[in-house]
Design a protein around this ligand. Structure first.
Ligand code: FAD
Length: 394
């Protein structure tokens, strides 16, 4: 068994792991070496690849709004930021906006969130029912009090391209990616001193970043750290409609939780499952009944021209679901402080990847956050059992 050394070992090389690797390798103040351990270079089963690939600025907490605003900025400058030899993956960004709909009971929350978002600099339009109906005549708005939509920067893109661009540039800048799997962490006192890999290799290190998505609790447990993150099934359906009133839909989020958007030339829809329980991290079974029982009835009510439609594709992915508050857990673990967590993103980790990657790189370089302060997302609240709730969860 050979032993070698990297200053930082990142466990998991999908969008979060690659974002951390990217920002470390772009920061001239970081002089350490970086190893990313990723068992599947195709990323076929990672949450990143199986996501709905969208970004929004409409959250209830300033820190989440700020992370997504930075994400939008990163996407807008993606080519220049990740190009290697003049080439970068095509993000295919579509500036569609997110349209959050509110019933009477949700209207006060939507208004309060709108104030937070505006104070953070997000350009969100709040509409009462009449304004909503005029702007989106294909929607049934009779039971709604109103809605809100992002005026710019919110939309959909190619998630794989984001991850691949970050990875490609990080590798170009000297980050090493190894096709292997972390099977154990060596802990001495309150520090991780080495990472054991499936291949038999042992890598000594100064810091470990946990970016293992739905499997992150397993990695944390290797260091004796308890992380309340579990895999939750989310089925996604692509459908075609016989006579849609509109082909160009924003990401519409119904008060029921059902969401739908265009996926040209089709449409994409999903919903939080009624029976939302932990699943095995290898179980990616599509729950087909969800479309028939949960999603389609809502769609047909909300967009009457969706009364005739046909599912053409479907898949299931996993939320890395933080059972305490569905918000990310970012920062040093406790008591193993050189294990840095970047986990539990539930349904919003893709858009947060640039901001979180930069933040973790700051921690590793300067020992503190120097741009967006992610202290509220830290492990202290997990240890104390005090949720940091986010009301705009999908
Ligand atoms: C259906 C669905 C829709 C979503 N829609 C959106 C959206 O619209 N917008 C948004 O922002 N977010 C969305 N998300 C959430 C988003 O996809 C995730 O938050 C994000 O991709 C998390 O990235 P990650 O790198 O942490 O995890 P992953 O992409 O799951 O990557 C984790 C990686 O760790 C590796 N790994 C696991 N165990 C080990 C080990 N022992 N050793 C080494 N490596 C290991 C895995 O192989 C994997 O590649 C959605 C998620 C789902 C499931």
């Amino acid at each position: 068994m050979s032993a070698d050394h990297f200053d930082t070992v990142i466990v998991g090389g999908a969008v979060i792991g690659s974002a951390v690797a990217y920002f470390l390798s772009e920061n001239p103040d970081y002089t350490g070496t970086v190893l990313v351990v990723e068992p599947d270079p195709t990323y076929a089963l990672s949450s990143t690849t199986l996501s709905c690939a969208s970004i929004r600025h409409q959250f209830s907490n300033p820190v989440n709004v700020e992370l997504s605003l930075f994400g939008s900025n990163f996407l807008a400058n993606f080519h220049d930021l990740v190009e290697v030899g003049g080439n970068s993956p095509d993000l295919c960004f579509r500036d569609t906006g997110y349209l959050f709909l509110a019933s009477e009971s949700g209207w006060a929350t939507l208004e309060a969130n709108h104030q937070v978002q505006s104070a953070c600099g997000a350009d969100i339009t709040l509409m009462d029912r009449d304004q909503l109906g005029r702007r989106f005549p294909y929607l049934a708005v009779g039971d709604l009090s109103g809605g809100s939509i992002g005026a710019n920067g919110e939309g959909t893109f190619d998630a794989f391209a984001l991850m691949w661009g970050l990875r490609q540039r990080a590798r170009y800048s000297g980050v090493v990616y190894s096709t292997d799997r972390v099977t154990g962490l060596q802990v001495e006192g309150d520090r991780v001193t080495a990472v054991h890999l499936e291949s038999g290799r042992t890598v000594n290190c100064s810091h470990v970043v946990n970016a293992a998505g739905p499997r992150s609790a397993v990695i944390a447990d290797m260091a004796g750290v308890s992380l309340p993150v579990e895999a939750r099934n989310r089925s996604v359906f692509i459908f075609d409609a016989a006579e849609p009133a509109e082909r160009d839909l924003p990401m519409i989020v119904d008060p029921s939780g059902v969401y739908v958007r265009s996926e040209p030339p089709y449409f994409l829809a999903g919903a939080p499952p009624t029976d939302d329980v932990a699943v095995d991290a290898d179980d990616l079974t599509v729950v087909h009944e969800e479309f028939e029982d949960l999603i389609w009835p809502v769609l047909a009510e909300r967009i009457p021209s969706f009364d005739r439609l046909r599912v053409t594709h479907s898949w299931a992915g996993h939320y890395a679901y933080n059972t305490l508050d569905q918000n990310a857990v970012v920062g040093p673990a406790h008591p193993v402080e050189n294990l840095i967590l970047a986990n539990g993103f539930s349904g919003h980790g893709l858009q947060q990847a640039p901001g979180v990657g930069r933040a973790v790189a700051e921690l590793l370089t300067y020992g503190e956050y120097t741009s967006i302060d992610l202290g509220q997302l830290g492990y202290a609240r997990i240890a104390a059992g005090e949720p940091f709730p986010e009301s705009a969860i999908i």
